[in-house]
Design a protein around this ligand. Structure first.
Ligand code: NDP
Length: 287
């Protein structure tokens, strides 16, 4: 039986409608929810992502502004920009688009984004809260999207399930592992040094793939009926391609996200949800 498609576009549309109502409600109170996205240089995929955020903002009554710095901006200039956004009371949410140019490090500047405005969870304070479950304010957008998709999959609830995460990066694999562990699943985190990935995948009720290696996970590697969430986005022959070979995987999996149209659209909405939460907290004085 071919797998059920977990349709990220449809889920995103449903969530956008809810967010748009929240955004409009804030505007009726005279508050314009505002996200500023800092971008350093002109990395093409980053610029495309930022354009998609501006668009997502329009659909959810959020003002998304872009603060661009030249590619040779110094660390001091990036810090100064973040500090001024931190003080600006009309700005409720701030994120710094990654990847940064090679001479800059997110770690060196992220603490300048105040935790209450740090909607993509870059500040180490928010990362610590996320890791230790001590009142995380914001779940970063892509891991949040993975959880939203899992909540709507046949694998939910995850309690007791075997979940294999392929990839351990600090932006995707690691936070996804933390969030899934909190749902009482048993997790295995695999990476490029893992020996015999296939034996881990063969036991998995849930697979979350976040490697950036196109098509590396194929149907015969999966446990029949598994739920597969594909975070990977690589461009192959001009076509966006996931980490999972969709055609063969869909023959074995129980449910699967497509690429494109899976995690990506939900990621934008998850970020906008954080922006509204930041705005609501700041405007009712709870932040
Ligand atoms: P990174 O390159 O930071 O991390 C990749 C991870 O995959 C690493 O942990 C690496 O292992 C592991 N890995 C690489 N090759 C293999 C392999 N052959 N077998 C098992 N594990 C492997 O990437 P990101 O986490 O930033 O992104 C991953 C993918 O997700 C990319 O395609 C990216 O474009 C996409 N992405 C999509 C988003 C969305 O919203 N849809 C948002 C963010 C990312 P090791 O640690 O040993 O090097």
């Amino acid at each position: 039986v071919p797998a059920t498609l977990i349709d990220g576009r449809a889920i995103a549309a449903e969530l956008r409608a809810e967010l748009s109502a929240r955004g409009s409600h804030l505007r009726e109170r005279g508050i314009v929810p505002r996200l500023v996205v800092g971008i350093v240089g002109e990395d093409a995929p980053s610029m495309a992502y930022v354009r998609s955020l501006v668009n997502a903002g329009k659909q959810t009554a959020i003002d998304v502004a872009v603060a661009a710095l030249p590619g040779d901006a110094t660390e001091a200039a990036v810090r100064a920009q973040l500090e001024s956004l931190a003080l600006d009371r009309s700005v409720h949410a701030v994120m710094l688009q990654q990847p940064l140019p090679a001479h800059l490090s997110i770690r060196a500047v992220a603490e300048r984004i105040p935790p209450g405005k740090d909607v993509d969870c870059a500040n180490p304070v928010n990362q610590g809260r996320l890791a230790f479950g001590s009142g995380a304010v914001f779940v970063p957008a892509t891991p949040a999207a993975v959880m939203i998709l899992l909540e709507r999959s046949p694998a939910w609830p995850l309690r007791g399930k075997q979940c294999v995460i392929v990839g351990r990066s600090s932006v995707v694999g690691l936070p996804v592992a933390l969030l899934i562990m909190r749902c009482d699943a048993t997790i295995t985190v695999t990476h490029s040094k893992t020996i015999d990935l296939r034996s881990h995948l063969g036991r998995a009720d849930v697979v979350v793939a976040a490697t950036g290696v196109p098509g590396m996970i194929t149907g015969p590697m999966l446990r029949p009926g598994a739920t597969v969430i594909d975070v990977g986005t690589s461009v192959v022959d001009g076509k966006m391609t996931g980490d999972v070979d969709f055609e063969s995987a869909a023959e074995v999996a129980g449910a699967i996200t497509p690429v494109p149209g899976g995690v990506g659209p939900v990621t934008n909405v998850a970020l906008m949800r954080n922006v509204l939460a930041a705005c609501e907290r700041l405007s009712d004085g709870s932040a």
